[in-house]
Design a binder for this molecule. Sequence first.
Ligand SMILES: [Zn+2]
Ligand SMILES: [Zn+2]
Length: 358
Amino acid sequence: MAKDYYEILGVAKDASQDEIKKAFRKKAHQFHPDKSTGDEVKFKEANEAYQVLSNEQKRKQYDQFGSTADQQGGFSAEGGPASGWGGRNDVNFDFGDLGDIFGDFFGGSRGRASARQQKGMDVETEMQITFEEAAFGAEKTVELYKTVSCDQCSGSGAKKGSAIEDCSMCRGSGQVDQVQRTILGQIRTRAVCPECQGEGKTIKEKCPTCRGTGVDRANKRIKIKIPAGINNGQSIRLSGEGEAGQRGSIAGDLYVSVRVKPHSEFQRDGDNVFSVSEISFSQAALGDKIKVNTLDGEGQLKIPSGTQSGKVFKIKDKGVPHLNARGRGDQLVEVIVKTPDKLTRKQKELFEKLTGSE
Ligand SMILES: [Zn+2]
Ligand SMILES: [Zn+2]
């Protein structure tokens, strides 16, 4: 009777792929030969079970016949050369997202070869905007000197009319197979093709402008939409507006950090706007309606009679619009009662009368 793979991984017969993967991860960590709980035999067993159960086709076969066709001859990957390296100890891993388990196990070598890794660099820049632009949003332009796709060859790196051929070393796949000897027997891994750096292509004649890199340096103007409600120090990410990648690979991102210029009248506290208004003695004593500057222009504020200096009034919804949300903050107006430093004879008489009546 063949081994019970479900029992080895400790999952039910109808376990989902997710459960199987989770169970395998747990076992692999537990039995990893580098750990104190390590057990090489169990580690191999768990791997064998996972190789079958994680593959729907093999799993079906196993469920039906209690074994899989290739259990006798070692596993071979679809598309890989099955002959030549068959045998009991050959295991073909699909490392995929199990890199964290196997990464350190095989000396940090990465299982999955990834092609086209020359992604362009991210670029950071700073931009000054006004208080109002931060509050209500704006369209701005930045000019950057950066790596751009080469105009001459449209980023391909090949001279015009020159052929781009499949790499002879990897036959266009961008990957080469490597065989490693480990405690699990021979492990076949894929690596980035050293000849073409994983691109799978070789250029017959290089573009003279970019010398085959597909990129060039140039000034570029980039439009930036500043969202309403952005605050000092926050940044905007523009996907793909960073440095161009070599030979048509993905460009980096652009990060624009926003510096908001101080305002002569307003101060910002979150989405609230703070301002100060001066009123006279009589306005404070008798009450009045005063004009107040707001982000939306001139507004009115009612001062009740008997207002003390330093009192803060709220004007609702005259603050900064919330970033990426409905609504706005408020405006907070601090009222300062101004004591006159010079009095006319008439005013003096009136104040003296007031003092007498108290
Ligand atoms: Zn190659
Ligand atoms: Zn070029």
